[in-house]
Design a protein around this ligand. Structure first.
Ligand code: GLY
Length: 375
């Protein structure tokens, strides 16, 4: 598909600056843009679902520009973010004689981006990499901001590095074949940006979300605006010493639900956990007297209209007891003297980092949720 209009979102990070390009048809024209980075060879890291759909187009685009290519294909799914896969990718990159001036290209969703990015961060003490995200979640979140890594037996993303990509190519036409459930899950992260600090963007989502799903120009607008929002936070706080934690709105509850459902994607995928987590963060803020109830209701109504789960009892197979939820949260968060850090909201677009939230107030909130959310 030929390129249509392309939006450029700059990520100004000094000598680690790069551009995110958003538009339909970017994959076919990727060769010239990647070649402009000055590499002579590229190792494309992809998975068994995405590779057969798009790797050949990317290989051809790069070959036309005279780049030597190798394709490294791994199984899809979270289990691939492992030490074993990291070793496999690093060895394949070395085997392909990818030098310091060359590139690793991540072609896939968040798993491929995190794994390939981490391999790029460590192989030969760091080679440049390009993100070509193929899921909505990866286009609006994981491909931007330089977090890379794998999972350890101690938890998700616990081994990794900050390694910014040199370029992100978000071809929104690639989402045409994305399963609806994954589209919805990525959309929860889009809505999150409005809820953090941009009430007008949330209004826009309420009006335009159908176009995002159907692939009209609203999809490009939503991806570009999400990337702008994320880039602004990352530029303020690249290594999450402060404000970047705002991007975790909805994630404390969401991660706990993922942990309780044992990362079983037949029950819950990350974005669904985030959707429930966003609703819980807003309702918790209401309970604490911080946020108008009408705002929490609007958040729930919108996510629900887009087909996302919004309540604890929407988790297939249940979400455990309140104690189990609290335990799962404690593994994610530092509990200091019985207090937790949460991202809360004074209203739509008015989120903030709240330290010192008493575990007991989370407990009584969840007890209320559990009793109000029984079918
Ligand atoms: N996904 C959260 C972050 O990149 O900081």
């Amino acid at each position: 598909m030929p390129e249509k209009s392309v939006t450029t979102v700059p990520v100004p990070l000094g000598d680690r600056s790069y551009e995110i390009l958003v538009g339909r048809g970017l994959l076919e024209g990727a060769g010239a843009r990647i070649a402009a980075l000055g590499a002579r060879a590229a190792a494309i890291v992809t998975d068994e679902h995405v590779g057969p759909l798009y790797a050949e187009t990317l290989v051809e685009a790069l070959r036309r520009q005279g780049l030597r290519t190798v394709v490294i294909t791994l199984p899809p799914g979270e289990a691939t973010k492992s030490y074993a896969s990291l070793e496999q990718v690093c060895d394949a990159v070395l085997e392909a004689k990818i030098e310091r001036g060359d590139l690793v290209v991540a072609l896939g969703g968040g798993v491929m981006g995190d794994l390939a990015g981490f391999a790029a961060a460590v192989v030969r003490r760091g080679v440049r990499f390009v993100q070509v995200p193929t899921s909505l979640l990866a286009q609006v979140d994981s491909s931007v901001g330089g977090k890379t890594g794998i999972n350890s037996r101690h938890g998700k993303n616990l081994v990794g590095a900050f390694h910014q990509p040199s370029l992100v190519l978000a071809d929104t036409a690639l989402l045409d074949t994305l399963p609806l459930r994954e589209m919805r899950a990525g959309y929860a992260e889009v809505v999150k940006y409005g809820l953090i600090d941009d009430a007008r963007f949330f209004d826009w989502c309420e009006t335009n979300w159908r176009g995002v799903f159907s692939g009209e120009s609203e999809r490009d607008e939503a991806v570009a605006q999400s990337c702008r929002a994320k880039a602004a936070v990352v530029v303020r706080d690249e290594r999450e010493d402060g404000d970047r934690a705002l991007l975790n709105l909805g994630h404390t509850f969401g991660h706990a639900l993922e942990r309780i459902t044992r990362y079983d994607s037949t029950r819950l995928v990350h974005g669904e956990g985030v959707a429930i987590g966003l609703c819980l963060a807003f309702r918790f803020s209401v309970t604490l007297g911080l946020c108008p109830a009408a705002d929490a209701e609007r958040v729930e109504a919108h996510l629900s209209a887009a087909g996302l789960p919004t309540r604890l009892n929407h988790v297939p197979g249940g979400c455990g007891t309140v104690d189990e939820l609290l335990d799962a949260m404690a593994q994610d968060k530092k509990v200091k003297g019985g207090a937790l850090t949460f991202i809360l909201a004074r209203g739509i677009g008015q989120s903030f980092i709240a330290h010192d939230i008493a575990v007991e107030s989370v407990r009584s909130f969840l007890e209320g949720e559990n009793s109000t959310s029984q079918p």
